[in-house]
Write a protein that binds this ligand. Structure first.
Ligand code: AKG
Ligand code: FE2
Length: 373
C-alpha cells in the first residue's frame, strides 16, 4: 500500500509529524479523588486529605496542565455502555451515519471532516450537547444578539446510543462539578466560585473514532491544539494515542492508558480566569496502522453570555489582567462553524485577546506558532 493512497489533506507538515519513538517517562500526574468524592462530615480525616488533594491539583495544573484521576465516582458500567454503543454507531455504513450529519445550520451530530490548524484529522466524530436545550448565539457576528437552541441529532441506530449517552453525562457532570470546586480551591478561591458561570452551560460531549491509518507517520488523529473551553474530562480506551506537550521542554509525551481513569486538562478559559497561573496545554492524537481507537471528551463550557476575563481576585497592580474580556458564545460559535472545513484565515484563538503591552517572549513565540495553519 503506497502513501499515495492517503489524501494529501491529511498530511501534516514535517515539523508536526509524530516521532517514531514514544516518550512515556514521567507521565502526567495521577490523582486519587476518593477523599473528595467520598467526603462526609463524619470523617474527621477529610479536611487534611482534601488539603493534600488540592495541593496535588495545584501542582498538576501548574506544571502539566493535565492529570489523570482515579476513584472519581463514575461507575465503570456507564462508561463501558457508552463505549460499546459508540463502537456500534461508528461501525454502521457511511450512509446510515450521514443521516445525522452536521451541516451549516446544525453543528451537532456526525461528521468526518474536522480540520485542526487547517490539516484534516484522521477521525470521525459524533457531538451532542449535555443540557437540553442549550442556548447559543445564532451567528458569530458580534453585534447580532439573536440566540438559538442547538438540538441534538440522535440516530435511530444503534437504539441504545441515546440512553447510554444521557446516563453517562449525568455521572460525568457530577465529576465535573467536583473538579471545578477543586480547581477553584487550588487557586485560593471559594469552592463555588465558578458555579454561576455554568448555570446555563454549553458543555458538550464528543464521541471520537480514529480508524486504523495507512500512514500514521504522516497524519494525526487530531492535530496539535489547545482546548478552548474551561475543562476537559476525557475517557480513552486501551489503545492509546494522546500526546501532551510537556511544559518543561516542549517534548510530546504519550499518555499511557490507565483502565477506568479519566484524563483532565484545563482549557483556555481557565487559563484566562487564572490570568495565566494555569495554562491550557497543547496536545494531539497519533493514530496507528492496525488498531482503531475510541475516546470520549466531555468539554465543560460556561453559559454563552459569559464574558471570559481574568478574575478580579487573581489580579492586582503587580499582576494586572493579561486579557481583554471576550464573549464565550461568539467565540464558541465561530470555532464550531469553522473547524469542519478548511479556512482561508486563521481560526480564532485566545492570544488574540491578550493585552498588547504584554510583549513577553513566550507570548510572541505562541503567537508565531499559532499563525502557522
Ligand atoms: O482522543 C483523544 O485522546 C483526545 C481528543 C482531543 O484532544 C479533542 O477532541 O479535543
Ligand atoms: Fe483536545
Amino acid at each position: 500500500m503506497g502513501l499515495s493512497e492517503v489524501d494529501p489533506t491529511f498530511i501534516q507538515e514535517l515539523q508536526h509529524r509524530p516521532k517514531p519513538a514514544l516518550i512515556e517517562a514521567h507521565g502526567i500526574p495521577q490523582i486519587d479523588l476518593s477523599p473528595f468524592i467520598n467526603s462526609s462530615p463524619a470523617n474527621t480525616n477529610t479536611p487534611a486529605a482534601i488539603h493534600d488533594l488540592v495541593d496535588q491539583i495545584r501542582d498538576a495544573c501548574t506544571n502539566w496542565g493535565f492529570f489523570q484521576v482515579i476513584n472519581h465516582g463514575v461507575p465503570m458500567e456507564r462508561r463501558e455502555r457508552i463505549q460499546s454503543a459508540a463502537k456500534r454507531f461508528f461501525d454502521l455504513p457511511a450512509e446510515e451515519k450521514r443521516k445525522v450529519k452536521r451541516d451549516e445550520a446544525n453543528p451537532l451530530g456526525y461528521y468526518d471532516t474536522e480540520h485542526t490548524k487547517n490539516v484534516r484529522d484522521w477521525k470521525e466524530v459524533f457531538d451532542f450537547m449535555v443540557d437540553v436545550p442549550t442556548v447559543l448565539p445564532a451567528c458569530y457576528e458580534s453585534d447580532d444578539e439573536e440566540t438559538t437552541e442547538y438540538p441534538n441529532q440522535w440516530p435511530l441506530h444503534p437504539p441504545e446510543l441515546r440512553e447510554a449517552c444521557e446516563e453517562y453525562v449525568k455521572d460525568v457532570q457530577k465529576l465535573s462539578n467536583k473538579l471545578l470546586e477543586l480547581i477553584s480551591l487550588s487557586l485560593n478561591l471559594p469552592a463555588n466560585r465558578f458555579e454561576p458561570f455554568f448555570k446555563d452551560q454549553t458543555t458538550f460531549v464528543r464521541l471520537n473514532h480514529y480508524p486504523p491509518c495507512l500512514a500514521p507517520d504522516l497524519a494525526l488523529g487530531v492535530g496539535r491544539h489547545k482546548d478552548a473551553g474551561a475543562l476537559t474530562i476525557l475517557a480513552q480506551d486501551d489503545v492509546g494515542g494522546l500526546e501532551v506537550k510537556r511544559k518543561t521542554d516542549g517534548e510530546w509525551i504519550f499518555v499511557k492508558p490507565t483502565p477506568n481513569a479519566f484524563i483532565i486538562n484545563v482549557g483556555d478559559i481557565i487559563q484566562v480566569w487564572s490570568n495565566d497561573a494555569y495554562e491550557s496545554v497543547e496536545h494531539r492524537v497519533r493514530v496507528n496502522f492496525t488498531r482503531e481507537r475510541f475516546s470520549i471528551p466531555f468539554f465543560v463550557n460556561p453559559a454563552h453570555y459569559t464574558v471570559v476575563e481574568p478574575l478580579a481576585e487573581l489580579t492586582n497592580e503587580q499582576n494586572p489582567a493579561r486579557y481583554e474580556g471576550y464573549n464565550w458564545g461568539k467565540f464558541f460559535v465561530t470555532r464550531k462553524n469553522s473547524n469542519f472545513k478548511k479556512l482561508d484565515v486563521e481560526n480564532i484563538q485566545i492570544y488574540q485577546f491578550k493585552k498588547r503591552d504584554e510583549g513577553k517572549i513566550d507570548d510572541v513565540v505562541s503567537r508565531v506558532e499559532n499563525v502557522v495553519i
